[in-house]
Design a protein around this ligand. Structure first.
Ligand SMILES: Nc1ncnc2c1ncn2[C@@H]1O[C@H](COP(=O)(O)OP(=O)(O)OP(=O)(O)O)[C@@H](O)[C@H]1O
Ligand SMILES: [Mg+2]
Length: 278
């Protein structure tokens, strides 16, 4: 897959959002699947031969920690169930797919991720580095891609489509939720629900601001030796209202957050998956 541009990428993410749990009206040709195993969520994305998002699933799961699969049986079961549902929904076979790993993942962990997708029934054509998959969707061949997911903030500096620097630090969406839980004296799940209600986020901003500043400081520290002109935030936590502004203030660099930030990487994995004739 060549690099798209941000506008096309945003449109494709929106189309993917609209067909999550509800298949697209039309599709054609061979289908391929992207599997994203995250700390907070497992996401599968199905695209057709014309690179149109066709269907998908997202499910909360605690099967990965720090990029490492810690419960491969549960991960396999979830992906297998998703594939079964998607095949029934589309009335088509899902044979080929790809998955992704955080940059810097060792050989053993790389194999564990691949094994989950293969044992769920897919022939895996490729394993990508997550920020490369995201960068391709958004046309960011020369940017810093920062993935703020559930457990970690992953920083990748990309030059001419190659990762030249990468780092991963253990601050992510979970820490936002923990701070909210502590502040209101509620349990984690209640705090997560409160956080995800967009209308609550203005009120929660002062509570989570120190965590946002920590994330911004992490980004600033890692990109400081590079000439970065633009930062793109992906991953679910990037959507928290106000985070973009804090990262801009701390780094002094323009920040771009795609609307469906949580879907960029999974869609990028599916779109990047190719087999000779596709
Ligand atoms: N609109 C939103 N506002 C704030 N936080 C959000 C929003 N949507 C999702 N999140 C948070 O994003 C996190 C999940 O994001 P994502 O699916 O990108 O993570 P992941 O890929 O599973 O984790 P990781 O990349 O760290 O392994 C969760 O902590 C969730 O609470
Ligand atoms: Mg992720």
């Amino acid at each position: 897959m060549t690099y798209l541009d941000a506008k096309t990428g945003e449109q494709l993410c929106e189309a993917f959002w609209n067909c999550l749990n509800k298949k697209a009206a039309s599709w054609s040709g061979d289908l391929r699947v992207g599997v994203d195993l995250g700390t907070a969520n497992i996401v599968t994305a199905v695209v057709d031969s014309q690179d149109r998002p066709v269907a998908g699933r997202i499910k909360k799961a605690e099967v990965v920690r720090d990029g490492i699969v810690v419960n491969s049986v549960e991960a396999r079961d979830i992906v297998e169930n998703m594939l079964t549902e998607l095949q029934d929904e589309l009335n088509a076979e899902l044979k080929y797919g790809a998955c992704a790993i955080p940059p810097g993942t060792g050989e053993g962990d790389f194999r564990a991720t691949r094994y989950v997708a293969e044992s769920a029934g897919l022939e895996i054509l490729d394993v990508f580095e997550e920020p490369i998959a995201a960068a391709r969707v958004l046309g960011m061949a020369d940017q810093a891609i920062v993935d703020i997911g559930g457990g970690t903030t992953g920083i990748s500096i990309i030059k001419s489509g190659e990762i030249v620097y990468t780092a991963d630090e253990p601050t992510g969406g979970v820490h936002f939720t923990l701070v909210i839980a502590g502040n209101f004296g509620i349990d984690f799940d209640e705090a997560e629900t409160m956080k995800l209600k967009i209308s609550n986020q203005n009120k929660l901003l002062p509570v989570v601001k120190p965590v946002m500043e920590k994330v911004a400081g992490i980004i600033d520290k890692h990109i400081s030796q590079y000439e970065v002109k633009k930062i793109c935030l992906v991953g679910g936590t990037s959507s928290f209202k106000g985070l973009k502004d804090i990262v801009e203030q701390v780094t002094g660099i323009p920040v771009y957050v795609p609307k469906r930030s949580i879907l960029v990487t999974p869609l990028g994995i599916a779109l990047s998956c190719r087999k000779g004739g596709f």
